[in-house]
Design a protein around this ligand. Structure first.
Ligand code: ARG
Length: 270
């Protein structure tokens, strides 16, 4: 079955964790008093970049800025579909200045950046499925931003409500495998949203709570390879059974800020 899965090369935007640390707490994972091994965070992150390149993906980087420790989580800075950039308006004041730096990267690269009026955290909560957008709300991105994104892109936006603070962004509870399927952790969603996901994806790959807590749903799929936290063992096995190739990449130091592989990865879709 594995031979039937087709990889599509991607273009990713990332930001080195040169100034990464946990100095404030804006999600339940963050403990400002617990130590972070900065050198380990950097080498783990570099291994992710190396893995992307080794699998044929293009990686661009934004320069990290001192005093913005969460800037490594590039996914939150924008949502890009069809070469159109929907910028972010971060929920936490601590992260708002990141937008300036990401927006200027996009502008230098030749993109216009739409500035949203409502709180929205890029690919953290806006997930492109290939045909429409799945949009998380409950903790960060607001339903007003979902409407704004729908108007901006002209693609349907389907609102999903997150209910567990450990899974505060949609990309911690669900990821897209390919144009036809997703993987997710049902209990992270309200009962109504679970029903929506069941109808849209009757054959979805479901994750256990342990897999989800190990950031297993904060994965990146290229249609064939799934870059995934090695701690999410059951999920990796299930993905393999479905014909995907799990590529384990350990970002344990970044988990201390509540982020994993997908959080560190913004996809630029031309
Ligand atoms: N500490 C960051 C925050 O709360 C982590 C962001 C993780 N990013 C993501 N795409 N889930 O906001």
């Amino acid at each position: 079955m594995a031979d039937t899965r087709v990889q599509r090369p991607r273009r990713f935007l990332v930001c080195e964790p040169r100034h990464f640390t946990v100095q404030y707490a804006i999600n339940p994972w963050m403990r400002p008093d617990a130590p972070v091994d900065a050198a380990l965070a950097r080498s783990q992150w570099q291994a992710l970049i190396d893995a992307y390149r080794a699998h044929g993906h293009t990686v661009d980087a934004v320069d990290p800025v001192p005093g913005l420790p969460d800037m490594v989580f590039a996914a939150n800075a924008a949502f890009v579909v069809g070469g159109r950039v929907f910028g972010s308006l971060f929920h936490a004041p601590e992260r708002r200045p990141e937008s300036l730096h990401y927006d200027s990267w996009f502008k230098t690269a030749g993109y216009d950046v739409y500035r949203p009026l409502a709180v929205t955290e890029g690919e953290g909560d806006l997930v492109w499925t290939g045909r429409y957008v799945l949009a998380g709300t409950g903790f960060r991105t607001t339903p007003d931003a979902h409407r704004e994104a729908q108007e901006f892109f002209g693609h349907p936006v389907i609102t999903l409500t997150l209910v567990d603070p450990y899974f505060y962004h949609l990309d911690t509870a669900l990821f897209v495998l390919d144009d036809d399927n997703v993987a997710y952790y049902p209990e992270a969603f309200s009962a109504d949203s679970r029903e929506v996901l069941r109808r849209l994806y009757p054959d979805a790959v479901l994750a256990t709570r342990d897999d989800a807590l190990a950031f297993g749903l904060n994965s990146v799929s290229d249609g064939r390879h799934v870059f995934i936290a090695p701690q999410a063992e059951v999920l990796a096995e299930r993905l393999a059974t479905h014909g995907y190739d799990p590529v384990p990449v350990d970002l344990s130091e970044l988990h201390k800020a509540g982020g994993g592989i997908k959080c560190c990865t913004q996809e630029i879709r031309s």
